[in-house]
Design a protein around this ligand. Structure first.
Ligand SMILES: Cc1cc2nc3c(=O)[nH]c(=O)nc-3n(C[C@H](O)[C@H](O)[C@H](O)COP(=O)(O)OP(=O)(O)OC[C@H]3O[C@@H](n4cnc5c(N)ncnc54)[C@H](O)[C@@H]3O)c2cc1C
Length: 423
């Protein structure tokens, strides 16, 4: 069998693969990148509404904390090596100026995701990495000299350093079809079931879907299970849709729905910007005394300045068991309590996610316990490194997932450069 040899092979020319290949090539390593589709960085092009939220304003520690306990521990070294400000610096050196945006986001000043993708692919090619497009990999297996890679076309490849950067399986049309999960399973490696995450949610309730188009800024959202136990919380905008509920506040909590598809879940939304129960009760009582004839809607919006759209307000009143034209003066204590409860926790029933076709990322993947966080090498599989979204590592919306892709790529490339004695 004819085989081609390279010091390092990177599978997947997405965010993490491009970064790793550029770094490896800079270190003087002969690196080949194999990409299944006809172009690199397709997800970068689609990201952030084609503006690309490439990292975060948060520092390394705060960014890491958003990956959960295990994720934060795993990323500690990577985020120290490549904190968010270093990502910005690197893009500045590559000619991409960046700008801060609300909710801790960083975008290219041009607003063009293409600039980010072109900067990464240009950096990689100038550094000397070789790129083979439309060259998907079918399988990888151990080989006496390291790893044997079977691409869809051309000769088989042998390398002592194989970097898997195939991403997850969301937005399959961008090339990420989850091919590597089977390879990892065949190598007896532990996988956490891949499920859609950062994905809009569906609701079985007609009243929710009828609110389609209404957005609530700065909503404190909590995902509850059927017993009312809190599974997660996040303060971010939410958006009612024809199918249910979306927006970062809902999408950031979607993994809890995907993990038990079909199980009853409730997204409880605080519409009061975290006013305390006492404060709300007090203000409603005062409003009842001062403007007794006022409708609840007017009092909530004008005196409490909640600025709730009419349809949303009606939904709150319905959940509290009040008529749309209820008057504050008529509210007995128990009704006021019900109103406060509905305002602080509008219970939106949730059924499922919209699936991988609408998911910004895949939660799950290669279990972190199988990976050395100081090199991204798989324990007991010398020369095999896994980076980016293929790992069981996902952050919320806000540039965190690109940041993790870049940081894990940097770790793998630095470790490999040292190992191949070319650093
Ligand atoms: C619509 C959308 C918007 C997003 N917006 C943001 C955002 O603004 N900020 C943010 O931080 N994150 C965002 N994300 C998430 C982010 O894009 C990913 O987390 C990130 O791209 C993961 O990088 P990666 O290198 O692991 O994988 P990817 O970037 O997905 O790259 C994987 C590459 O591997 C290739 N590949 C797959 N199988 C094979 C094979 N068998 N052989 C060869 N090549 C293969 C794929 O074609 C692809 O090019 C968004 C995602 C989506 C879908």
């Amino acid at each position: 069998m004819r085989v081609e040899r390279h010091e390092a092979v990177v599978v997947g020319a997405g965010a993490s693969g491009l970064w790793a290949a550029a770094r490896l090539a800079e270190a003087g390593i002969d690196v080949l990148v194999l990409e299944k589709t006809a172009r690199c960085g397709t997800k970068i092009l689609a990201s952030g509404g084609s503006h690309c939220n490439l990292t975060t304003t948060l520092d390394a520690e705060a960014a890491g904390a958003l990956f959960g306990k295990a994720g934060a521990r795993f990323l500690r070294h990577g985020l120290r090596l490549l904190p968010p400000e270093k990502v910005r610096e690197r893009f500045h050196e590559l000619g991409v100026e960046t700008v801060e945006a609300p909710l801790e986001k960083i975008f290219p000043t041009s607003g063009r995701a293409r600039d980010v993708r072109d900067a990464l692919s240009g950096w990689m090619l100038r550094a000397g990495a070789k790129l083979r497009l439309e060259c998907g990999v079918r399988s990888v297996e151990r080989h006496a000299e390291g790893w044997l890679i079977a691409p869809e076309r051309g000769a088989a490849l042998v390398t002592q350093a194989l970097v898997l950067a195939l991403g997850g399986r969301s937005y399959e049309r961008t090339g990420t079809t989850g091919d590597a999960y089977a390879w990892l399973a065949a190598l007896d490696l532990p996988l956490v079931e891949p499920v859609p995450a950062l994905v809009p949610l569906t609701s079985p309730a007609a009243w929710v879907r009828e609110l389609s188009g209404i957005a609530v800024q700065g909503a404190h959202a909590r995902m509850l299970d059927a017993a009312g136990r809190q599974l997660g919380e996040r303060t971010r905008p939410v958006l009612f849709t024809h199918q249910g509920i979306s927006g970062p506040g809902a999408m950031d909590l979607s993994e809890h729905v995907a993990r038990r598809s079909g199980a009853a879940r409730v997204l409880s939304i605080d519409l009061t910007h975290d006013l305390s129960v006492e404060m709300l009760q007090q203000r409603l009582t005062r409003a009842a005394q001062e403007s007794g004839s006022g409708g609840v809607a007017r009092v909530l919006n004008q005196e409490l300045q909640l600025e709730l759209p009419r349809r949303l307000l009606e939904a709150v009143l319905a959940q509290a068991g009040l008529a749309p034209d209820a008057r504050v003066a008529q509210l007995a204590r128990d009704k006021r309590q019900r109103l406060v409860a509905a305002l602080q926790g509008l219970a939106v029933p949730v059924e499922d996610t919209r699936g991988f076709d609408w998911a910004e990322v895949t939660a799950g993947g290669l279990a972190l316990a199988a990976v050395d966080p100081g090199s991204m090498e798989i324990k007991g599989r010398p020369g095999l490194h896994v980076i980016g979204e293929l790992l069981d590592l996902q952050g919320p919306i806000g540039g965190l997932n690109f940041q993790a892709a870049f940081a894990t790529a940097q770790v793998a490339a630095s470790a490999l450069a040292k190992r191949l004695r070319k650093a």
